[in-house]
Design a protein around this ligand. Sequence first.
Ligand code: HEM
Length: 395
Amino acid sequence: LDDPDFYAANPHPALRQLRTCEPVYWCERGGFWALTRYVDVRSAARDARVFSSAGNVMIDEVSNLERAAQRGLEAGELMLRSDPPRHTKLRRVVQQAFAQSSVQQLQNDIRHIVEKRLNSMVESGGTVDFVSQFSQTVPMDVVCLFLGLPAADAPFLKKLASVQAGGHGLESGQAFEASVVARRELFDYLNDQLAQRRRTPTIDLLTVLAHAQIDDQPLHEATQQLFAADLLIAGTETTDATISGGLYELFSRPDQLGRLRRQPDLIENAVEEMLRFISPAIGMVRMVTEDVRMSGKLLRRHDHVALLFIAANRDESVWQQPDEFDVERANARQHLAFGFGRHTCIGIWLAKLELRIVFQMLLERCPDLELVGEPVPLASTLVKSLSRLPVRIPR
Ligand code: HEM
């Protein structure tokens, strides 16, 4: 469970066995408990007092504490790595920008982004890599729009974010070193952008961050950078994974694709099913703050626990035939792909809007797109994604 290759291959048969035989499982090598049942994952995510986020929250950090320390964790200053009351205050800074009504106003701009990227993919024609040509580009364009960063900087930021995320799970020390360097470069860039907003405020989310206050105190500059970096990274890898994985699941099942073509109003539900089926955020870790019993096991204070969303989203007690991909599944939206409780993904409305627009426009503009060749999975303990997906677009 601490091995990136386990998730890159098909982890589901093993996860099913854990759900059935040992739903609260001690992963000796990784040094953490693993929760695989829907009810357990949800109840741990809901209880931020007993299951704390203030510290290491990623599988590879817990299984390699030395690396986690090198990564320079700033516990308490990131939403993802904090508990109430600090978490509530940090989240409040950006809550309004992420509200469904605010995000809805970006609809036309997102359409333009998707259209531009689709046009350039269609123009290249022939066989292309869908990941590098499309699914990696759109989410970064959208997050740049959302933060107020220049669109022209998106490719450079994409490169930094990918190298940085590459550090999650790749065994080679080199990849990890590269991820640390990329992180520094990203922070320098964001520092410049934030400094510009401090001098000359505009109407974008970076300006909100640059002038934010908590308890009447300005947000520390390092916290502002962390905040912005977090949004750039959290908002891109997972959305990319859903676009490329979703395309693969859909286009490898002609019956499902046909249903969606005949009934485009199914797209909203199809996106929920993609999120459930792929479960792009594999799982997050919490630290137990007091001894607690779960399914007969005693979890001790300071133990780490992985909430495996990827396993919970295939729980057979919630979904019938959970390993089937069904765009009409009635309870698809019950998934935990965005987590649950206080740390539920703040980008949920932005991600859903973007995914709906992407699949609507893909079906309209590229009706004859074909999968050619096998997808190449990404080896990571953080994101269930593809690093390559060859497709053919007839000219
Ligand atoms: C399909 C796309 C996405 C998926 C599957 C996803 C998944 C998740 C999950 C599972 C969490 C919970 C983490 C935890 O419980 O510890 C989370 C939190 C978060 N996500 Fe997303 N996310 C997506 C898109 C986005 C976007 C577009 C943004 C921003 C632009 C974003 C920003 C965040 C942030 C800032 C948090 C931390 C929230 C907190 O701790 O209060 N995510 N996401």
